[in-house]
Design a protein around this ligand. Structure first.
Ligand SMILES: Cc1cc2nc3c(=O)[nH]c(=O)nc-3n(C[C@H](O)[C@H](O)[C@H](O)COP(=O)(O)OP(=O)(O)OC[C@H]3O[C@@H](n4cnc5c(N)ncnc54)[C@H](O)[C@@H]3O)c2cc1C
Length: 238
């Protein structure tokens, strides 16, 4: 397995609790929209076995042409060891990236796409939206819905409605408003519903979508194929 050590080249404070870390693109590191990677901190591979407390899955919120791997994360005051260390890092410090996989790329299947996210989950969709805005071929429409109780919405420069490109956006600050909107969106018998957030958020969305006639095949989750069945009440064999 290739481990790519690289340097932080910019840190943006999106809100008091949310930061985006931009790191140099290591040579040979490539990805497509909707990808995630493992972000690891110094020391993670120094023992006999990898120290998992120094590694987290993170979505890549940039496209390769932006010349940086962007990672957006929430760091609360009470946080894990991983986030506490990450919070002390500065430009020039090293982190490692390894294993890249894209579960939620833009699907050009002539179906409307609904991007449903909670909080920093919207970061996963930023490169998906950029890809769509660059080229709308075989995607009739994209609608993004994000719920963030802080009301401090992320990436509003990219998530801006564009009527010419059939791109619409809605940010809401309560789960009640969010689920009322999902209820309305669920009426599209051919649409694809991408959902990103905590497992609890995924379960709630899947239940609501399926109660409204959306099928399992229409729901796209940021999970490996072998774990998806769990979210649909299926037995999963490892
Ligand atoms: C495919 C995929 C993509 C992902 N993309 C992203 C992404 O882009 N951005 C992102 O932020 N996350 C992403 N995640 C989730 C990420 O991997 C972490 O699980 C998440 O960020 C929480 O990590 P953590 O270290 O804060 O919490 P964990 O250690 O997993 O703990 C969960 C929660 O417990 C609390 N907690 C933990 N330790 C302490 C402590 N010592 N004291 C007090 N409270 C504590 C914190 O509130 C924390 O949020 C992704 C996950 C997957 C599977």
């Amino acid at each position: 397995m290739a481990i790519y050590w690289t340097k932080i080249n910019k840190i943006v404070e999106e809100t008091a609790e949310i930061k985006t870390f931009y790191v140099d693109v290591p040579e040979g590191f490539t990805w497509e929209n909707g990808a995630h990677t493992h972000l690891a901190l110094k020391g993670f591979n120094e023992g006999e076995t990898p120290n998992k407390s120094l590694v987290r899955h993170m979505s890549i919120c940039t496209l390769p042409e932006e010349n940086a791997v962007g990672i957006t994360t929430r760091i609360k005051e009470q946080c894990s060891e991983f986030k506490a260390i990450l919070n002390t890092l500065s430009v020039g410090d090293e982190v490692a990236l390894f294993k890249i996989h894209s579960n939620v790329p833009l699907k050009r299947d002539n179906k409307n796409i609904y991007l449903l996210s909670s909080g920093v989950g919207i970061a996963t969709f930023r490169p998906v939206v950029l890809t769509y805005l660059q080229n709308q071929q075989d995607v009739p429409r994209v609608h993004a819905l994000n719920v963030d109780s802080s009301g401090q919405y992320l990436f509003t420069d990219v998530f801006t409605a564009d009527a010419d490109k059939n791109f619409t956006v809605q940010y809401v600050n309560s789960r009640t408003d969010y689920y009322a909107e999902v209820h309305k969106l669920a009426g599209d018998a051919n649409g694809l519903y991408y959902v990103v957030g905590s497992d609890e958020f995924l379960h709630e969305n899947i239940a609501l979508l399926m109660d409204n006639g959306v099928t399992r095949e229409q729901i796209v989750l940021d999970k490996r194929e072998r774990f998806i069945g769990r979210f649909f009440g299926e037995e999963v064999t490892m």
